[in-house]
Design a binder for this molecule. Structure first.
Ligand SMILES: [Mg+2]
Length: 333
């Protein structure tokens, strides 16, 4: 985690809430508060806490249910939860708290030293998990996202676009004649080219976009909330920026780009990748160092209709079928 650890404190008793907020803030944490489980769940997605300290008995949603909901969401399941209660406490309460996923149980919320000790240990574990997650999804040579993170993000974007109708674009990019760089100047020079291209992509995209290195000299960029016109513009700008990279020993560098838009070019991750790839291939075929857009797909095809219906109706089996590319050739619609 960068900067102060985020701690969310949840309690329906304003005095207890103020006490815990004061203690955790004084200990150096960035603290938010919520008055019940439902409010807390909303804060979990906006504030992205590294630790949740929650009362058990609360109106609307109690602490057990809050812990359970945090655990069952794949996006939040590793946020540690400490349950605390001032009410009469029985041994089975603690057991039940563990069953729903709480990692700490405090039966005297005024024991601030105990709370801070637990919080500190759990936050150390959370920081380590975050580091592991970051390492596992980063390409170490360029610092861009790796293929694993790229594929997960692409799936999310496709589902989001089909549900809300906002287009996004995928750019596939390949360095021209990269093999010659490695063959003629050695792998150290090749690595330098890759790092500089990574830097160029990072600087030429917004924070909400995702630039990834997905193969040896192959890169991909996901442009959130961007239509084809916008993505073509950025691709052209990136192409020129890559042309401008100067590595005296190696000489000029160039890259080819294929741009596809979801939903107009394709409506599944697999088809979108194929579509952007085909455009990239076309860019290579036409002489490299250029940007080519994918042709529009037939939006009224049976497969396109099938996918739209599956997403709109929330049919998870069908949604997972189309994500995997299964049975779309034989839609029953
Ligand atoms: Mg209470």
């Amino acid at each position: 985690m960068v900067g102060k650890a985020h701690v969310l404190v949840v309690d329906d008793d304003p005095d207890k809430l103020a006490l815990l907020e004061f203690a955790l803030t004084t200990a150096g944490y960035d603290v938010r508060t919520a008055g019940d489980g439902e409010e807390a769940l909303a804060a979990v997605s906006s504030f992205q806490p590294d630790l949740v300290v929650s009362d058990i008995m609360m109106p609307r949603m109690n602490g057990y249910e809050l812990a359970r909901r945090i655990r069952e969401n794949p996006q939040t399941r590793f946020i540690p939860v400490i349950l605390q209660t001032a009410a009469g406490y029985r041994a089975e309460d603690q057991r039940y708290g563990s069953e729903v996923g709480a990692l700490g149980f405090i039966s005297d919320p005024t024991d601030i030293d105990l709370l801070l000790a637990r919080a500190s240990t759990l936050l150390d574990f959370k920081a380590y998990l975050d580091t592991c997650e970051e390492e596992a999804s980063t390409d170490h040579l360029t610092g861009l996202a790796n293929r694993r993170r790229f594929e997960r993000q692409l799936e999310r974007e496709v589902v989001r676009t089909l549900r809300y109708g906002h287009p996004f674009c995928l750019i596939m990019m390949d360095i021209d004649h990269f093999k010659q760089v490695n063959d003629n100047y050695g792998h150290a020079a090749g690595d330098q080219v890759l790092r500089l291209i990574g830097k160029t992509l990072q600087e030429g995209t917004r924070g909400i976009d995702l630039a990834a290195r997905i193969g040896g000299e192959e890169f991909a960029i996901i442009f959130t909330e961007t239509d084809l016109v916008g993505a073509l513009e950025v691709a052209e700008r990136l192409r020129l920026a890559i042309n401008a990279i100067e590595i005296p020993a190696v000489g000029p560098i160039a890259a080819s780009f294929g741009v596809a838009e979801c939903p107009s070019s394709a409506q599944t991750t697999r088809e979108l990748l194929a579509s952007a790839d085909a455009a990239l291939y076309e860019a290579k075929r036409q002489g490299r160092d250029r940007v080519i857009q994918a042709p529009a797909a037939d939006l009224n095809s049976a497969a396109a209709t099938y996918v739209r219906k599956a997403v709109v109706s929330g049919d998870t089996q069908r949604v997972s079928d189309f994500r995997l590319g299964n049975s779309i050739s034989e839609p029953d619609v």
